[in-house]
Ligand binder design. Structure first.
Ligand SMILES: [Zn+2]
Ligand SMILES: [Zn+2]
Length: 201
């Protein structure tokens, strides 16, 4: 599915931009255009917080992300937002499922759209993966996975789910060295390898 490419990562579907305007971790430079320009992954999806933009900027969001050839996702904070979210079109949903019955029922309503449902950083929200339908995708999230014993938390579930691996980037540097490498490439800079430098000392 992921073709040969010189891009560092196969996929990243969990990226925030300035449309997450109530999230203080997002910096003003984190525009959809900059994410597309950095182009750190073969498959890129933007997933801004549904509650931050849907009521006022949904159409602009979709048009802008789509025009940059990225997938249009959104990150939904629990069951309260599900009805509104399913009334709008998205390529996929990223879902905060806390360990409460209403949030597990919200999964079913999202799945009924036929769109992929990604369970966001379950280790950070105490999501009980035994209560999550296996038709969901489960996220390994760069921002949160290392807060837990990931072998103990995810290990028992690896055969039951499909998984996606995400940056959850709120700032360009959360996309890793990709920013510096894109800048160097645009500048026409060839990086010096320290091993080669040392052989000439
Ligand atoms: Zn989240
Ligand atoms: Zn997020």
């Amino acid at each position: 599915m992921f073709g040969p490419s010189n891009l560092p990562y196969p996929q990243d579907l969990h990226i925030h931009t300035i449309f997450s305007d109530k999230d203080s971790s997002v910096v003003p430079e984190q525009t959809p255009e900059l994410v597309a320009r950095i182009a750190h992954a073969q498959v890129i999806g933007i997933s801004d917080h549904f509650e931050h933009f849907a009521d006022k900027a949904y159409e602009e969001y979709v048009a802008r992300v789509r025009s940059l050839d990225m997938f249009v996702g959104t990150e939904i904070d629990g069951a309260a937002s599900v009805d509104f979210a399913t009334s709008l079109a998205f390529d996929y949903y990223i879902y905060h499922c806390r360990n409460i019955a209403a949030d597990y029922r919200g999964i079913e309503r999202l799945l009924a759209t036929g769109r992929p449902v990604i369970i966001a950083h379950p280790n950070a929200l105490d999501t009980d993966l035994d209560r999550v339908p296996e038709t969901c995708l489960v996220e390994i999230n760069n921002r949160y996975v290392w807060h837990c014993d990931w072998m103990a938390f995810y290990g028992p579930h690896v055969d039951r789910f499909g998984f996606v691996i995400s940056s959850d980037a709120h700032q360009p540097n959360w996309l890793s060295q990709s920013v510096a490498r894109r800048a160097a490439e645009e500048l026409g800079i060839q990086e010096k390898c320290i091993v080669e430098v040392l052989t000439h000392v």
